[in-house]
Design a protein around this ligand. Structure first.
Ligand code: ADP
Ligand code: MG
Length: 338
């Protein structure tokens, strides 16, 4: 009798352990780390146990190759010497960026580095270049001058590269491959304003991504409900300085080498392709609302949410019904048709 009770007790304990462990598998594993000048958080449901570590390692590895301010990076070497043999990752991203740049001309240009540096955005020693200097800087922004032969890249004198507008998007695409290899069920990777969504959540619900409030970037003015893909936001609030009451932001117009001032506060892009999402968020910011809308109508393979200074929120067809404004925000939602 005693043996039977003991047996039943053991079976019960085993059952509880199985229930608990199956509950635990619906809880994501997560990690936070600093990379690409920002705080990143990865959350992974299911799959190999070391997936968070592998994601962190991959992003850190890419940062070390792509950071123009890091003396050991491919981009730093190329900028300093005008010529360099770069890694396959750097070559792949350079090639992709140059293709995107051709499509997004003249709003997006990866030879923006000397201008970004001149304004002090690489060091935080901010300054306002005079008109002559700006003219000289603008004359050197031209990524059609970048030459390549396999992985050997060559830059003309005075031309330097900056992959800051696409590195996080490329990292998101590389993480996708790791999540696939590691058999993850689902994942939410917040790579500092570039959010990668993967798979289906265990509760079957769609992902919900907050869109940052430029006046309080730790908070959100609205939420977007979406399935997998990348949601990338570019905002003037990310990096800027103020002089005499005027704000100078880190997104520059390649035509003038000056910070963009066009009434846009932030551009959020939803797209399956992370590198494209990241490039588009920067480029549509530079284009301004009218040109961004025209660009979307000519290439409707992505969606956007554009917040303007007058608190209007322009949303393209694919995201209009999926967006919810947070309580307390008196913003005007406007639908942009194809
Ligand atoms: P964030 O880095 O804040 O997520 P973005 O993706 O918009 O924002 O990238 C902005 C960075 O891209 C700048 O810090 C600068 O290094 C670079 N950049 C600025 N203007 C341009 C531009 N017009 N084309 C390409 N790169 C740019
Ligand atoms: Mg970008």
């Amino acid at each position: 009798m005693k043996k039977r009770i003991l047996g039943a007790l053991c079976a019960l304990i085993l059952l509880i352990a199985v229930i608990l462990s199956s509950c635990a598998s619906t809880e994501p594993r997560s990690a936070s780390f600093q990379s690409m000048d920002t705080l990143m958080t990865v959350k992974v449901y299911g799959g190999d146990k070391d997936l968070c570590d592998r994601l962190q390692q991959r992003v850190t590895e890419l940062d070390a190759l792509l950071d123009a301010t890091d003396e050991n990076s491919d981009i730093y070497q190329l900028n300093q010497n005008g010529k360099a043999d770069v890694s396959n990752d750097t070559a792949a991203l350079l090639e992709r960026s140059l293709q995107l740049s051709e499509k997004l001309d003249p709003a997006f240009d990866i030879t923006i580095y000397p201008a970004v540096k001149a304004w002090g955005f690489t060091t935080g020693d901010y300054r306002i270049p005079d008109d002559d200097e700006l003219k000289q800087l603008a004359a050197k922004i031209d990524d059609t001058a970048v030459q390549s032969d396999n992985n050997t890249y060559t830059l003309p004198a005075g031309v330097m590269l900056d992959l800051g507008a696409v590195a996080k998007g490329y990292a998101a695409d590389q993480c996708d491959a790791i999540l696939k290899e590691g058999h993850a069920d689902a994942a939410v990777l917040n790579l500092g304003g570039t959010v990668k969504l993967y798979g289906k959540k265990p509760d079957g619900k769609r992902f919900s991504v907050g869109v940052a409030d430029p006046d309080n970037p730790a908070g959100y003015f609205g939420y977007l409900s979406c399935e997998d893909g990348v949601v990338a936001t570019s905002g003037g609030y990310e990096r800027y300085f103020e002089r005499d009451g005027k704000r100078y932001i880190h997104i520059l117009d390649p035509a003038t080498a000056k910070p963009v001032e066009n009434g846009i506060q932030s551009v959020t892009i939803c797209c399956d392709d992370g590198t494209a999402a990241d490039a588009l968020s920067t480029a549509l910011f530079v284009m301004g609302l009218d040109k961004a809308t025209a660009y979307y109508r000519a290439h409707p393979d992505f969606d956007f949410i554009i917040l303007t200074d007058d608190h209007s929120v322009y949303l393209t067809e694919g995201v209009y019904d999926e967006f919810t404004l947070c309580d307390g925000y008196d913003f005007h939602l406007k639908k942009v048709d194809r």
